[in-house]
Design a protein. Structure first.
Length: 349
């Protein structure tokens, strides 16, 4: 795998992506009832250029509830906060805290620019099929809820249901093209680096390091190899995992993105079979994080920038550190991933 960090002008990489931008969006979730953080997210995204789309990936409620009336009232209030963004599209889906179908019913009732990507708004009832959206030349496939946890959460569903829901989402488009496909879910895929790995905070030691993602979602990603998989759910799983497909098998690179801000750039040829899939866990608004995505097309290549963002910008300690090191005035990519070794040629064009 080609990885280039030293000796390359990082500002030129940023310009390359922005000058050839095809799609920009932001994703967030797991605010768990903290409406002010949704408001701050909306304000932050409004100040970000080239982000006409938002993904709100579930766990809107402060506590899980199966009371549909109560859940609907609370989630509707949060959706109205999202509408203040005045973005072209707002994709919503429910998490394990949220009763299945509620987000779809609300999106259908409220209307544009809300769109239920996790469940078909025309049929927001059991068994809750996934949904699909064509946007800006890209195909978004979504499924809401989570794989089984302990049987007490309203958004839990079986792995068989998740597999079926994804298949129903895919049926809505004529053909899935990996290089323009983005899978959106609340739950991460199983054992995809540390995207679904439990930490130590608030859990018995027997759970530390356990992988709790969906096996059905993992199988789907390995079979279809989409460009991106966007998820949340496991709060400590914030970061990205790349899958570089070599001889039909994925070689994984895990990036925890533990610092307050973290930025990666990825480049690949538009080939068949598709070579690179990126799984991103945007973390949790409850802990102040979200993700920004920029996808560019440069000739026969695709470039992506994925950046971890902090609500309200950098914290005071990070600003002080950046000032002392000079990092704050520079464009810096923590990882540059270039499995086809195309970046240098792209920068010379």
């Amino acid at each position: 795998m080609g990885i280039a960090v030293k000796g390359i002008d990082h500002s030129a990489i940023k310009d390359l992506i922005l000058n050839n931008l095809r799609l920009g969006f932001a994703s967030a979730g797991d605010a768990h009832g903290e409406a002010p953080k949704w408001s701050k997210f909306v304000r932050d995204v409004a100040n970000e250029p080239e982000l006409p789309l938002i993904i709100a990936a579930g766990d809107y409620l402060p506590e899980p509830t199966k009371d549909l009336e109560s859940a609907s009232k609370t989630i509707e209030g949060l959706f109205k906060i999202l509408l203040e963004s005045q973005k072209k599209k707002i994709l919503v889906l429910g998490g394990n805290y949220d009763p299945l179908g509620v987000s779809a019913e609300l999106a259908s009732r409220i209307g544009e620019p809300l769109f239920s990507i996790g469940c078909d708004s025309a049929n927001p009832t059991k068994p809750y099929p996934g949904n699909h959206l064509s946007y800006g030349g890209f195909e978004f496939f979504g499924v809401e809820g989570s794989n089984p946890i302990n049987g007490t959460f309203p958004g839990e569903r079986s792995e068989q249901e998740i597999k079926w829901a994804l298949s129903k989402a895919e049926e809505k488009t004529q053909k899935m093209e990996p290089m323009t496909s983005i899978v959106v879910s609340h739950v991460p895929p199983h054992n995809c680096g540390t995207r679904d790995e439990l930490g130590m905070f608030g859990l018995p030691s027997a759970y530390w390091g356990r992988h709790v993602g969906s096996t059905a979602l993992k199988e789907y990603l390995h079979e279809k190899r989409p460009l991106l998989s966007v998820c949340g759910h496991v709060h400590e799983g914030v970061g990205a995992t790349t899958h570089v497909w070599i001889d039909g098998k994925p070689e994984l690179m895990d990036m925890r993105m533990e610092s307050a801000s973290y930025r990666i750039a990825l480049f690949m040829k538009k080939e068949t079979p598709h070579k690179l899939t990126v799984c991103v866990n945007h973390g949790t608004l409850e802990y102040w994080t979200y993700m920004r995505y920029r996808v560019a097309e440069v000739g026969d290549c695709v470039g992506m920038e994925i950046a971890k963002r902090r609500l309200g910008g950098k914290d005071a300690i990070t600003r002080i550190t950046d000032g002392l090191t000079g990092r704050g005035s520079k464009v810096i990519y923590d990882k540059i991933i270039d499995p086809d070794n195309v970046l240098n040629d792209l920068l010379r064009r």
